[in-house]
Design a protein around this ligand. Structure first.
Ligand SMILES: [Zn+2]
Length: 141
């Protein structure tokens, strides 16, 4: 590994996020290269003593991150597209409900009156009271 390829790996080496092979190569280079060892110590010192002075992600990297997050949120919030059978099924169901409502309304509107109403009409046609009040006492016993 050259000094240029070691430099980006130093943070990963510090936080133990490198693969074992890369870690061994970084250690071998640090043991043999005083300049990289010096920059590793400088990085380690900066991490431990002044974390706010460390380099921040660039504005381009932040913009890429924001864009990626916005894309994922938009994909998650977007309604799922209709499956091929859902539209005909919904239309058929709505048509069946509407047809049933029409048939039910027609049936109720044209049906014979219910029993109490028909009794009342017959009573009215016969010109007698709807309720015949009992005027005599029932026989005892
Ligand atoms: Zn080096």
């Amino acid at each position: 590994m050259s000094c240029e390829t070691i430099e980006p790996e130093l943070i990963g080496y510090q936080f133990a996020t490198l693969s074992p092979e890369v870690r061994v190569r970084v250690e071998a280079h640090l043991a043999a290269c005083p300049a990289c060892l010096q920059s590793y110590f400088a990085l380690k010192r900066a991490l431990e003593t002044e974390p706010d002075a460390l380099p921040r992600p660039s504005s381009a990297a932040r913009a890429r991150l924001r864009s990626a997050v916005a894309t994922q949120i938009a994909q998650r919030n977007a309604p799922a597209p209709w499956r091929w059978w859902e539209r005909p099924f919904a239309f058929t169901t709505a048509a069946a409900v509407a047809f049933s409502a029409m048939v039910g309304t027609f049936t109720i509107a044209t049906a014979e009156p219910s029993a109490p109403l028909s009794i009342a009409r017959r009573a009215a046609a016969a010109d007698r009271p709807l309720l015949a009040l009992r005027t005599t006492k029932p026989a005892p016993g």
